[in-house]
Write a protein that binds this ligand. Structure first.
Ligand SMILES: [Zn+2]
Length: 114
């Protein structure tokens, strides 16, 4: 069974953009029909997605580097470009930056120094 990119997005809880901009360039098994529509190949995709999910889990267990944040759009760890502190409390602060890949917002909460 083949899937539309929007169905895959629902399955993996990511945006459709992520499927087009990240998954397909990253090697997600797909084909184009004669009208140019993308179809994700169900069986091959399942194996591929399981690998991606396992990788995501592994990634989450490694502490982030000081210059990294989590992009909700790409659903992955990305390097933060010129991060700004947007909120600061007694011992926590939130920094925000733009994602290098999708230009979306990346937020990160961290402990305040000192
Ligand atoms: Zn992103």
């Amino acid at each position: 069974m083949d899937y539309r990119p929007s169905e895959i997005a629902d399955l993996l809880e990511v945006s459709v953009d992520t499927v087009y901009r990240s998954y397909i360039p990253a090697g997600c098994p797909h084909e184009r029909d004669e009208t140019g529509h993308i179809w994700i190949l169900g069986t091959a995709f399942k194996a591929w997605a399981e690998e991606i999910l396992a990788e995501r889990k592994r990634e989450k267990s490694i502490p982030m580097k000081p210059d990294e944040g989590w992009c909700l759009n790409c659903n992955m760890r990305v390097k933060m470009i010129s991060p700004k502190i947007i909120y600061s409390a007694r011992n926590r602060e939130i920094i925000q930056s733009n994602c290098k890949k999708c230009d979306g917002k990346v937020n990160r909460a961290r402990k305040r120094n000192g």
